[in-house]
Write a protein that binds this ligand. Structure first.
Ligand SMILES: *Cc1c(COP(=O)(O)O)cnc(C)c1O
Length: 403
């Protein structure tokens, strides 16, 4: 339900104006927190009328939201060229499960990228399997193998670019086109780039999913997810989310909307700092490979340059050592980087990761990189001064030496 009058404005401006309808905001800048389960009707005729038209902007009952949630959904829709609407979910994982359940049925085959977010893998081989869906994994960098993986039961493809932990950028436009050609729905986990960095629907994807927990929230204090699509998928997503009872609290929606307003400058700064640190890490003798889409030589960097309009602060690197205790010393010595899951907040995080164990389509790391026991670290770069972060990482490297 993007407003026509906004069709010609740019994403940075949309971040500021999105969802701010006067009838939702009243006299203040952002929509207030509407706490609501019951919506009251004037009379029984209005109650009857209320059942017609299941869409945002129409009061019905709390499960269909109120202006606080509608404003966030509308702002996200306005940021995704080609979208008809956005459905909000209580977490990023709920958005992934909600979208997959909206498109799949028993007997279907789902193709999943081999570098998918780990809970996506677990969902495909666990929950979805119980409902009769067969998951098959594909190498994100092998377009021919991807095309060959389709069969007459392939109903959907789950893409993620760059992939979790190993950060390969894949040829999403080509893959979405192949999927469409074969009659399959393409879903993209677009959490890394957000719609600011990658226009998922314009590049041919059917459903663009984001963990709003990350960049949109941006302050490590809320969990939320979204799925944005054109019709008919938007209506399918909406009906399925309503059937599953997915709702988001108005308090969290207000926080997410507040986060969205500054997302552009946060992403720009995090991208700049991350690239500077990635370039520096590449020069360190302790580092074998830096996996950062913005960095030349990183897998799929050319595709990132071709298709993306932005980056973010999340990347990984491989150590040359296979000594797990040395990796632990590195991470434990960091003062400014917190140790924890999630990412995309204003504060930097470091995490030991072992992507090799999650791969089933093709072995990882690729030949010529490092040994089987290649140890990786994932960094989420926040808004601290990058020189301070570099000094912190230097402390980590020094600690690796001291046994
Ligand atoms: C974190 C993350 C999710 C899940 O989001 P939650 O809000 O934590 O459930 C999904 N996809 C990717 C790529 C993520 O990094």
């Amino acid at each position: 339900m993007a407003k026509d009058k906004h069709d010609d404005i740019r994403p940075a401006t949309r971040l500021v104006t999105g969802g701010r309808r006067p009838e939702w905001t009243g006299a203040v800048v952002n929509p207030p927190v509407w706490r609501a389960s019951t919506h009251l009707y004037e009379d029984t005729a209005a109650l009857k009328e209320g059942k017609k038209g299941n869409r945002d902007g129409r009061f019905f009952y709390g499960r269909r939201g109120a202006p606080t949630q509608w404003a966030l959904a509308e702002a996200l829709t306005e940021l995704e060229p080609g979208a008809a609407g956005t459905v909000l979910y209580p977490s990023g994982v709920a958005a992934l499960s909600g979208a997959l359940l909206a498109v799949l049925k028993p007997g279907d085959v789902l193709l999943v990228t081999d570098n998918a977010y780990d809970p996506t893998r677990t969902m495909a081989t666990g929950l979805l399997k119980r409902f009769g869906v067969e998951a098959r994994f594909f190498d994100p960098l092998d377009l021919d193998a991807f095309a060959d993986a389709f069969c007459d039961r392939t109903r959907a493809v789950m893409l993620e670019s760059p992939g979790s932990l190993t950060m390969e950028v894949c040829d999403v436009p080509a893959m979405a086109a192949i999927a469409r050609d074969k009659g399959a729905v393409s879903l993209l986990d677009n959490t890394w780039a957000s719609s600011l960095g990658f226009a998922a629907l314009k590049h041919g994807c059917d459903i663009a999913i984001q963990a709003l927990t990350k960049h949109v929230g941006g302050h490590s204090d809320l969990m939320m997810g979204s799925a944005t699509a054109a019709e008919p998928w938007h209506t399918r997503l909406r009906r399925t989310a309503q059937a599953l009872g997915h709702v988001v609290s108005p308090d969290d929606a207000a926080l997410a909307t507040r986060g969205l307003r500054t997302m552009g400058i946060r992403l720009r700064q995090e991208t700049e700092s991350a690239l500077a640190l990635a370039e520096w890490l590449e020069t360190r003798p302790e580092v074998g490979k830096v996996m950062c889409p913005m960095l030349p030589g990183s897998p799929g960097h050319e595709l990132w340059k071709r298709d993306f309009t932005g980056g973010c602060g999340l990347f990984s690197f491989l150590l040359t050592t296979d000594d797990d205790a040395a990796r632990a010393r590195f991470i434990d010595a960091l003062d400014l980087f917190g140790i924890g899951y999630s990412w995309g907040g204003f504060e930097s995080l470091a995490l030991p990761v072992d992507p090799a164990f999650d791969r089933t389509a093709t072995p990882w790391p690729p030949a010529g990189w490092a040994g089987d026991k290649a140890l990786a670290i994932r960094l989420s770069i926040g808004l601290e001064d990058p020189d301070d972060l570099r000094a912190d990482l230097e402390r980590g490297f020094a600690a690796m030496e001291n046994t």
